[in-house]
Design a protein around this ligand. Structure first.
Ligand code: PMP
Length: 358
């Protein structure tokens, strides 16, 4: 019996993926040992790694002049690794801030070099994104960093910023949720624990010509160039996380790929926003064009009911609906692995809760 899991991360994984992993947990392909007990340099794990790269390349239509890196340290490590690797030309970078995660990326980078907060929506309490004109960056920067989906605020860029410098994006909470044109980016990174697989893995998609920027004195495990040269095996990679990510990639391909997921994600988000907007009992503060398809925060007109709402939701099999500890309220994260039936169940629960307490 699986509950409906709205956790922001580590988040729901497809039931089929968990069942497949369980079925081959102790004996991988009749070897009598688990994939997580095998050498990362052996034939079987090498095949998993190659398959993960191939499947992700297919899912996101990643051009050949980009490499895919599997790294560790969470998306947070990338807040520092991006400037450590890329800030070696003009010596300065531009950041757009639209919420807590882009603010963190900026603050980590500012310890390592000269960074400019080029545009920000702090004046709207991070309930919007800048206009394409405000986000247009043409200048002497090594890169422009932004966060296409803010996981806490539930704010999404409905467009890709235009710029003449390499575009770096933290796609942690929206990778694989809708098609993107990878060729517009210099570097994409995403912590795995939302739309990819278990925590412990970070996926980096980097344009090969940027690899030359990694300073030679940088430790190999943190150097994009060294990690690329070593095919993500400078040292022992998180083998089980990569194996599970590959099962998720295979599952996504079976569902029809990212375009098919995007259509489902649009329907899920529309149903939940409709439930929120058509009632004065619930509200979401984000401006319409900037509303996230993945993370939907909402509040109750009477905040004193929050704990009752969360407890009753949990009893009804709707898990992890509490908002981020920094903002409170509720948040439903509806990543790829959260089925439409979960959103239907949530919407029904919300209507019924409002009838009883509204
Ligand atoms: N960026 C975004 C957009 C996130 O949502 C998160 C985690 N929720 C992070 C970065 C940090 O990820 P990690 O905990 O893997 O370092």
């Amino acid at each position: 019996m699986r509950a409906f899991n709205f956790c922001a991360g580590p988040a729901a994984l497809p039931t089929e993926v968990l069942q497949r992993a369980a079925s081959e947990l102790a004996d991988y392909q009749n070897t009598g040992i688990s994939i997580m007990e095998m050498s990362h340099r052996g034939r079987l794990f090498q095949a998993v790694l190659a398959s993960a790269k191939k499947n992700l390349r297919q899912l996101m239509a990643i051009p050949d002049d980009y490499d895919i890196l599997f790294m560790q340290g969470g998306a947070t490590s990338q807040f520092s690794l991006v400037p450590m690797n890329l800030l070696s030309g003009a010596g300065q970078a531009a950041y757009i801030t639209t919420g807590m995660w882009s603010k963190k990326a900026l603050s980590h980078a500012s310890k390592l070099g000269n960074v400019v907060e080029y545009a920000s929506t702090l004046d709207t309490q991070f309930t919007s994104v800048p206009s394409p004109e405000e986000a247009l960056v043409n200048g002497q920067y090594d890169y422009l960093h932004y966060t296409p989906n803010e996981t806490i605020g539930g704010v999404r860029f409905p467009y890709t910023p235009e710029t003449n410098v390499p575009l770096v994006a933290d796609f942690s909470s929206s990778i694989l949720s809708e098609p993107i044109d990878v060729s517009k980016f210099g570097l994409i990174y995403a912590g795995a624990q939302k739309n990819i697989g278990p925590a412990g893995l970070v996926v980096v998609i980097v344009k090969r010509d940027l690899l030359q920027r990694s300073p030679t004195e940088l430790a190999d495990v943190w150097s994009y160039r060294s990690v690329s040269d070593a095919n993500s095996m400078v040292n022992t990679p998180p083998t089980y996380s990569i194996y599970l990510a590959n099962l998720v990639f295979e599952w996504l391909l079976e569902q029809g790929g990212v375009a098919a997921m995007a259509a489902i994600n649009q329907r899920k988000a529309a149903a939940l926003y409709h439930a929120i907007d058509s009632s004065s009992f619930y509200s979401n503060p984000v401006t319409l064009p900037a509303r996230s398809l993945m993370n939907i925060p909402f509040t109750l007109a009477d905040a004193a009911l929050n704990d009752v709402f969360l407890a009753e939701a949990e009893s009804a099999g709707l898990h992890s609906l509490a908002g981020h500890r920094s903002v409170g309220g509720m948040r439903a994260s509806i990543y790829n692995a959260v089925p439409e039936s979960a959103v239907t169940a949530l919407v029904d629960f919300m209507a019924q809760f409002e009838r009883r307490y509204g």
